[in-house]
Design a protein around this ligand. Structure first.
Ligand code: PRP
Ligand code: URA
Length: 208
């Protein structure tokens, strides 16, 4: 299956707190990073391992190491920044490709305003991060951009996803794997996820 809804108790507990309307910016921000780290743990479960010899306290010992996996984390600005430290806490060596996409609040169409991708994308797993997958326009545009630049393996980590957005992304890009803390009910007429989190960018940055 290409969409993984992670029902781990820690994730579900933390997401439940994030849904509170009166939550402080500080707490919302911290929880977004914590859930991002937990989603990263799930999304890295299939990373290949290889044996390596090291000098241990009692002599030579064979240990495991991740087999040359090169990763780029791709935050969709601005709200994706709110998950970046969480991902990097588990994959500290990852390079970061920043993508600036904002959806027009009337048309809901995604417009790109920044593209700062790292090199060697054909040899890297891209982990796209964005708290919200709503209509799917921003994610679809980001995936198309990465593929155009040569990327061949893409996973998307989102806190909350709408069924409409998942369908749009997987119809266009069935090879992409989506990891989410929750598949919510639907989009409302303004393109907001219900029950969702509200405007994630505003809640992370304290704007509005
Ligand atoms: C939000 C969110 C996603 C996008 C999702 O960003 O962080 O990037 O909307 O909507 P979609 O699936 O319908 O494209 P927004 O455009 O509000 O920008 P921001 O991150 O600057 O707040
Ligand atoms: N962007 C958000 O921040 N929230 C939504 O519910 C939909 C798009």
């Amino acid at each position: 299956m290409s969409v993984h809804e992670i029902d781990h108790p820690l994730i579900q507990h933390k997401l439940g707190i994030m849904r509170r309307a009166d939550l402080s910016t500080k707490s919302f921000r911290e929880l977004a990073q914590e859930i991002a780290a937990l989603l990263t743990y799930e999304a890295s479960k299939d990373f290949p391992l290889e044996d390596t010899q090291i000098e241990g306290w009692c002599g030579q010992v064979t240990v495991k190491k991740i087999a040359g996996k090169k990763v780029t984390v791709v935050p969709i600005l601005r709200a994706g920044i709110g998950m970046l430290d969480g991902v990097l806490s588990l994959i500290p060596g990852a390079k970061v490709s920043a993508v600036g996409i904002a959806r027009n609040e009337e048309t809901l169409e995604a417009g790109t305003y920044l593209q700062k991708l790292v090199g060697d994308l054909d040899q890297r797993l891209a982990l796209i991060i964005d708290p919200m997958l709503a209509t799917g326009g921003s994610m679809e545009a980001t995936i198309a951009m990465l593929k155009q630049a040569g990327c061949r393996e893409i996973k998307a980590l989102v806190l909350v996803a709408a069924p409409e957005g998942i369908k749009r992304v997987l119809d266009a890009h069935p090879d992409v794997k989506i990891y989410t803390a929750s598949i919510d009910e639907r989009l409302n007429q303004d393109g907001y996820i219900m029950p969702g989190l509200g405007d994630a960018g505003d809640r992370i940055f304290g704007t509005k």
